[in-house]
Design a protein around this ligand. Structure first.
Ligand code: ATP
Ligand code: MG
Length: 684
């Protein structure tokens, strides 16, 4: 059966049909870029005889991947699309790394560290408790990894005192990770890229597998991800990338818009296609979005237009404080749902920072409005959840020392700090994991019986569960002896975690923590049943979603609370954008003490521009109505500070007299690279 391309416009159709070389679709929000990707997947399979398993589509978040998956499934018989890979860069990275672990000096059952564990390692290496410094170093290391800069190069590049410190830590940090048989989030992309670059036979194997690659939100890829795309597609270069430079919002994580220019440079024959019709928003919303983004230097002229009517007026209100703002938005959503005969899921409440979610959640609960939160502090970050997961991680990979320490000491079982220190020294001396060390005869000379016994009991306990779960022996999968759900129940019972909670916390918090544990266990069981996952698969799966976002459950009928970052690519009939204030949106972040005045001014300009793109992303999520609010005062670290409406409100060209707050930084020069980009991107 041939694909029906009649619900695409001419430019979209061109993008779908073009197969003579790489394709780049560059277009504004809501112009159907993602639709091009899903349609092209169908076209490749149905009309061009591509095997489903040869097609890989990459997106940014689990949520986006899931949406795309659903769109593809609804388009054609699931039997036809079965085998298509639709995933995030990071999940694909895990898949590659599991298969090629040996090339990176890893065992197949390596652990994926969450950012807290990674932070703890940096903290250890720095021997400080200064949070700002620890985070600074972690972020610098992360940027290096994302730029494929190894410790040697980093040491050469480092110029400022902060960078020099980070470079020093970087090397030991990597050494620690490999001792733990663990990788961090950034490694999930960097290591596969590295493996491909060093091993021609490995990359050729993958190139033969990936017959066609599609990348959504290309503007937010970093150097590493771009390399991965290049390695995966190889000289055949069969890929389609779609993106919007105006929606680049991850520069702080190392994403680089230069990747757009690099594409046209590395693939001179690339077909660049622009889409101009917006199918998402009313004209008013689109006009406001265009107005705001016109204050940024342009890569190329985009003439987005919409056939939807003028639409509702955009509302802007100044509230007294965030409490009032939250209560008011809850009330408005509730009323609007009634007036418009809409569903809860038609509403989204968006904000700049996670910390804004709490008051909104409270207000939603007060009015009994169902809601879900995404991009927020993760369920998986809760202490009790991390406790249980540390057991699972240890079972899956007993070289995971951070997991060992956490599990061995929670609940307390007579393994004290002194024991752990001796164990750590011994393990370090022998070059083995804490878990392994705990069984060694040599340890008996260092610890007394009272210290040794609980350690051995714990080790044997973990060993038994490993065996029952079907532990991997030298890369060979052994069939699980018992199902994951039985093991999970046993585990929780044996460690007596419920009692531990009630012994250590007041009744109420203990209760709610225990609820979370039950929720986790039930969710794991459901997952293992639905997707036939073993305990090991589960651990891996959890590590990944921990990294990316909270929920991977189906979409219930609920109001969506989300950070602006997490809302990318999605759309909602009615959007409420909170905290549109100077200092919050644009958010200014920490001053960099390390740079001279000229560089500082540059950084400031870039920051405002990135925040403006974030604002553009927010506005363009709305289909029919858009409501902005800002607070006259807001609580910061226990005191109220007075606030002004964001410059972006003025830039939207709305007639709000309170919002005339022009930007002072705008007149500074856009960077020279923009000219280069412009000339490259305007060619066709
Ligand atoms: P974003 O930049 O926000 O990711 P996008 O360019 O990926 O947006 P899509 O999400 O693909 O845009 O499309 C926006 C909306 O317009 C979707 O609801 C989509 O179904 C619809 N749409 C896209 N193309 C067409 C078309 N040719 N005809 C009708 N509706 C369309
Ligand atoms: Mg999209």
């Amino acid at each position: 059966m041939k694909s029906d391309l009649s619900h695409l416009n001419a430019a979209q159709r061109e993008a779908v049909l073009y197969l003579d070389g790489p394709t780049l679709v560059l277009a504004g929000a809501g112009s159907g870029k993602t639709r091009v990707i899903t349609q092209k997947i169908g076209y490749l399979i149905r009309d061009c005889g591509y095997q489903a398993r040869g097609i890989v589509a990459l997106t940014f978040t689990n949520k986006a991947a899931r949406e795309m998956d659903e769109r593809v499934k609804s388009m054609m018989d699931p039997a036809v699309t079965k085998g298509v890979t639709i995933s995030t860069f990071h999940s694909l990275g895990v898949r590659i790394l599991r298969e090629e672990a040996a090339h990176a000096g890893l065992k197949q059952q390596f652990s994926i560290l969450d950012s807290d564990d990674a932070l703890a390692i940096v903290q250890d290496l720095l021997a400080t408790t200064d949070k700002g410094r620890i985070r600074g170093v972690q972020q610098t290391i992360s940027l290096w990894k994302n730029g494929l800069t190894d410790p040697d190069e980093a040491a050469k590049l480092a110029a400022t005192p902060n960078e020099l410190e980070a470079a020093r830590v970087y090397r030991s940090y990597n050494a620690t990770l490999s001792a733990y048989q663990a990788v961090d989030f950034d490694d999930l992309i960097a290591l596969p890229a590295q493996i491909f670059s060093l091993n021609p036979e490995v990359r050729e194997k993958w190139q033969a597998r990936v017959r066609y690659l599609l990348v959504d939100e290309y503007q937010d890829t970093n150097v590493c991800q771009y390399r991965l795309v290049q390695w995966l597609t190889g000289p055949r270069a069969m890929f389609t990338a779609v993106g919007d430079d105006d929606q680049a919002i991850y520069a702080w994580r190392g994403a680089t818009i230069e990747n757009l220019a690099n594409l046209t440079k590395d693939y001179p024959a690339i077909r660049v296609i622009k889409l101009e019709q917006n199918y998402r928003s009313s004209q008013r919303i689109l006009a406001a979005a265009n107005q705001v983004i016109s204050h940024n230097p342009k890569l190329f002229e985009k003439k987005l237009w919409s056939e939807h009517g003028t639409g509702e007026a955009i509302s802007v209100v100044g509230m007294d404080d965030e409490q009032t703002e939250a209560e008011s938005v809850a009330m408005k959503v509730s009323a609007a749902r009634f007036e418009k005969q809409a569903e809860w899921r038609d509403f989204a409440i968006l904000y700049r920072g996670n910390h804004q979610a709490r008051v909104v959640e409270q207000a939603m609960r007060n009015l009994r409005i169902p809601y879900t939160v995404s991009g927020g502090q993760s369920f998986f970050d809760k202490a009790e959840v991390r406790d249980i997961l540390s057991y699972l991680r240890l079972i899956a990979n007993d070289a995971d020392d951070p997991a060992f320490i956490r599990a061995a000491t929670t609940p307390k079982r007579g393994i004290g700090q002194a024991t752990l220190q001796t164990l750590g020294q011994y393990a370090g001396m022998r070059g083995i994991s804490l878990f392994e060390a705990s069984f060694e005869i040599g340890l008996e000379a260092k610890l007394n019986q009272r210290q040794l016994e609980p350690l051995r009991t714990f080790g044997e306990f973990i060993n038994r569960i490993q065996y029952r779960a079907g532990k991997l022996t030298v890369g060979q999968a052994v069939r699980p002896v018992e199902a994951a759900d039985v093991l999970l129940d046993d585990l929780i019972q044996t460690i007596d975690y419920e009692r531990y909670l009630y012994d250590n916390f007041d009744e109420k918090p203990a209760q709610s923590r225990w609820q979370n544990v039950l929720e986790l266990i039930n969710w794991l069981k459901r997952k293992s049943e639905e997707d036939h996952m073993s305990l090991f698969d589960l651990v891996q799966h959890v590590a990944l979603i921990t990294m990316l976002e909270r929920s991977d459950d189906k979409d219930p009928d609920a109001v969506k609370l989300s950070t602006l970052h997490a809302s990318k690519g999605l759309e909602y009939p009615h959007v409420y954008l909170l905290g549109v204030e100077e200092g919050l949106l644009p958010h200014m972040g920490r001053e960099d003490e390390d740079v001279d005045a000229a560089r500082a001014a540059d950084i400031l300009v870039e920051r405002v521009q990135e925040e403006r793109r974030l604002m553009y992303v927010g506005i363009t999520r709305a289909q029919r109505s858009l409501h902005l609010s800002w607070c006259k005062k807001r609580r910061r670290a226990r005191e109220d500070v007075s606030r002004d409406p964001s410059r972006f409100i003025a830039e939207m060209g709305l007639s709000d007299p309170t919002a005339l707050n022009q930007a002072a930084t705008e007149s500074l020069n856009p960077r020279a690279r923009l000219d280069m980009l412009k000339s490259l991107l305007n060619k066709k």
